[in-house]
Design a protein around this ligand. Structure first.
Ligand code: 13P
Length: 252
């Protein structure tokens, strides 16, 4: 089965509104001829409506880096899936390791956010990955098992038709230490087999599994060439439109 690659940029807490608009405008121009790759950027909530206007006629989609699972209510400081959908987002990054690490996000909270995203017709990108310590302790597979099993608890393959997974080893994020192609190949194969075991072959074959962690123009093509890698979730390099477009054009 062929899976359309997705190259997604997580802008984290970078770029003011005007900076985000300028970068998105340039990206939309540079990516206007790309038809065989899905492209997404996730700016801050604040920039979402501004960037949405710029991307409306383009083939670059918009996402958020987080959301809250309730539809509305007295939840000070939070933003709902319906609100981000109305502001123009199609994707929601859920359970990024920085949210787990700095904001105490649990698998249970992640699961609620995945469900709420699907209910609001957003495509969830569920992030999973082990820390350096967990890898050293040989716990990589058990950590991924737990994050996937609990993060998708009580969902079924029918619900998960649009779900994207992003394997982001924590030790490779923002460190310049990319996982080797051999490491990535083994983990992605394992993740696909786990999805097969939990949800069946059809979802396992169709689900897109992205790699994230120090993806740069120089290493994108060797990572994207791997059978079970269906795109990238890019942090630092996505902030620079020229670097990001090179990653998007990895196979050209
Ligand atoms: P870097 O590409 O900066 O390592 O960040 C990866 C990431 O966290 C994307 O979500």
């Amino acid at each position: 089965m062929s899976r359309t690659p997705l190259i997604a940029g997580n802008w984290k807490m970078y770029k003011t509104g005007p900076e985000a608009v300028a970068a998105a405008t340039r990206l939309a121009e540079l990516a206007s001829d790309i038809v065989n790759t899905d492209i997404m950027i996730a700016p801050t909530f604040l920039s979402l409506p501004l960037v949405s206007g710029v991307l409306a006629e383009s083939n670059v989609k918009l996402g958020v880096q987080n959301l809250f699972h309730e539809t509305e209510g007295a939840f000070t400081g939070e933003v709902s899936p319906g609100m981000v959908k109305a502001a123009g987002a199609d994707y929601a990054i859920i359970g990024h390791s920085e949210r787990r690490q700095y904001f105490g996000e649990t698998d249970d909270a992640v699961c609620k956010k995945v469900k709420a995203s699907i209910d609001a017709d957003l495509i969830p990108i569920l992030c999973i990955g082990e820390t350096e310590e967990q890898r050293a302790d040989d716990k990589t597979f058990s950590v991924l098992d737990k994050q996937i099993t609990n993060g998708l608890n009580s969902l079924c393959s029918r619900d998960l038709g649009t779900l994207v997974l992003a394997y982001e080893p924590v030790w490779a994020i923002g460190t310049g230490k990319t996982a080797t192609p051999e490491q990535v190949a083994g983990i992605h194969e394992y993740i696909r087999s786990l999805i097969n075991r939990l949800f069946g072959n059809e979802l396992a074959m169709s689900i897109r599994i992205l790699y994230g962690g120090s993806v740069k123009p120089k290493n994108a093509s060797e990572l994207m060439a791997l059978d079970d890698v269906d795109g990238a979730l890019v942090g630092g390099a996505s902030l620079d439109v020229d670097a990001f477009i090179q990653i998007i054009r990895y196979d050209r």
